[in-house]
Design a protein around this ligand. Sequence first.
Ligand code: SP5
Ligand code: ZN
Length: 344
Amino acid sequence: MLSFITTEQALHAPRDEFFRGERVPCHEGPPRAAFVEQALRTQGHTLQAPHVDSTRWLMQVHAPRYIDFLRRAWDDWLALDAANAGRQPFPSVWPVRTLRSDVEPDNFIARLGLYSMDNGSPLSAGTWAAAKAAADGAASAAHALAGGATGAFCATRPPGHHAGRDFMGGYCFINNAAVAAQALRDGGAARVAVLDVDYHHGNGTQSIFYDRADVLFVSVHGDPRTEYPFYLGHADETGVGEGAGHNLNLPLPAGSSAGTWFDALHTACARIERYGADALVVSLGLDTFAGDPISQFQLLTADFVRLGERLKRLGRPTAFVLEGGYAAAELGHNAAAVLQGFEA
Ligand code: SP5
Ligand code: ZN
């Protein structure tokens, strides 16, 4: 399968994140993409650098002031104090209910809070370069479908599905799946489905397309009552306005078996068939793996082959973008398993 990977991904390498009030090494790091690259090469896939500039689509799915912030964030951080080169900024204040988000403060940490849903999306020097390159990779995969490919994959890193129109969150900065979906729409696909199989609900993707009927969002994920991102992903979220009926959430209890998960996948696929999608974007989170250190579903590597086979049966041109998956050493095998099933 035509696959994309970026060298810039390695430039996004924050050291720590917070867990229960303590700093712990970041789960989302450069080795993830390196393991994917290695496994795909071993399986005989060709990996290319992205060749499509995603700017026009990312400016459609994100707010210009958020993108301006992200592009300059590290320079602004350094401008506060040269010693910040060795420190990570974290937000500490957020405009929750009753507070204003229309006025952008001057203070850097206050702006970081304005444009963040959590403190779990650490920045590093190369975050913008890596995130922009990943979005270019997602657009390149979409472009390959427009050129007639039945499937294309991008080892997008950093991931994207928690990033909303004007905020980062959950290790995500630019919503790569939304960029791919918008690129497919602009390339002539009348109806695009986004299927999100990451363990965590794709709150960013859902919110970006929530009032639109031209992009169907379907997600199978851990129940937000107990699992991140907690504040979105319930079954009663079905879309608004023109988008009414074009959002389907299939939350499952933490600990769910592969059998339960595949039953939900069947429901998700039936909805995509009924919608009549001209193209499919898969937010390919592999943190549903039994060995994932931060998630609690029970899929094994062989199940990822089955996932690929099931997606192939949908018979739609399919762009895969990598989302989560934190058992880094197994991540490559699991990604390769999906592509193997898709191509079988
Ligand atoms: C793209 C993606 O998968 N983002 C996930 C972000 C999850 N952030 C919250 C992590 C909470 C970790 N809880 C660990 C419990 C196991 N010790
Ligand atoms: Zn995830």
